[in-house]
Design a protein. Structure first.
Length: 250
């Protein structure tokens, strides 16, 4: 949601700067607001992964374990169906049959999972090691993840690994959205300088070289491919774009 809100705000700011008549004071205000947004992907992503891993442990272990009245963790004694979110209507209608199905589910859990949740926690920790590699600056985001296997072998390790592999593709998607926002953010910095140039000279700059003295060097770099953004002067209009994002349409 944070990435989505930032994207909407940047697109509206860009439209305001190019299509309306902002004052120099407004342009400086926009520029200062962009400078204040930190590029802290590694830190934020690490915090998100810590939460995701803890959530995975609680969700998976919540199916098989419970805390008794003395505060000790034990294998569940309740209905396995309710633990996995199955409604009573999905079970046989007769009360006797419903109780028998619930007990069979509990017995299955007892035979399937280890007696203590720490073993499952260790598997989750090992599975998330590949996700923590995403916080490293040299992580290869261009290598698409393998399709998660749908095969569930009859052992708890296979089941836990299957569940922890499910969000991998969504993590890559989040990173793509992050790069898009970073592209827009850098593009907005350039647009403020381009508009300032237009106010001062009565025309759009012939190239980005005309504004390089007033903009940080990193703002000219497309974070997707490491190349400079493309700029084209079309007389009464211009275009600014990267590999994956049109900051201002061609």
């Amino acid at each position: 949601m944070g990435l989505a809100i930032e994207s909407l705000a940047l697109e509206q700011l860009n439209r305001f700067m190019v299509e309306d008549r902002p004052s120099m004071e407004q342009l400086l205000l926009i520029s200062d607001s962009i400078i204040g947004v930190e590029n802290n992907w590694a830190t934020v992503w690490l915090k998100m992964l810590n939460f995701e891993k803890l959530y995975a442990k609680n969700s998976i272990c919540g199916i098989a374990y419970e805390v008794n009245s003395e505060g000790k963790t034990r294998l569940t004694r309740g209905s396995f169906a309710s633990a996995i979110g199955q409604s009573p209507q999905q079970l046989p209608t007769k009360a006797y049959s419903r109780r028998k199905c619930a007990k069979l589910g509990v017995i299955f859990v007892w035979l399937y999972v280890p007696s203590a949740p720490e073993k499952i926690g260790e598997i989750v920790d090992a599975s998330y090691a590949k996700y923590y590699a995403m916080t490293e600056p040299d992580f290869d985001w261009d290598k698409e993840p393998d399709e998660p296997s749908s095969r569930w072998k009859v052992n708890y390790r296979s089941g836990v690994e299957l569940l922890t592999n499910l969000p991998e593709q969504s993590y890559y998607t989040i990173h793509k959205i992050y790069l898009r926002n970073l592209t827009l953010r850098r593009g907005t910095r350039l647009l403020t300088a381009i508009k300032q140039y237009e106010i001062e000279h009565g025309a759009w700059p012939e190239s980005l070289n005309a504004i390089k003295s007033g903009v940080p060097a990193e703002a000219f770099i497309d974070p997707v491919n490491g190349n400079e953004f493309e700029y084209e002067n079309h007389g009464e209009r211009f275009s600014l774009f990267g590999e994956t994002v049109n900051i201002w349409p061609k």
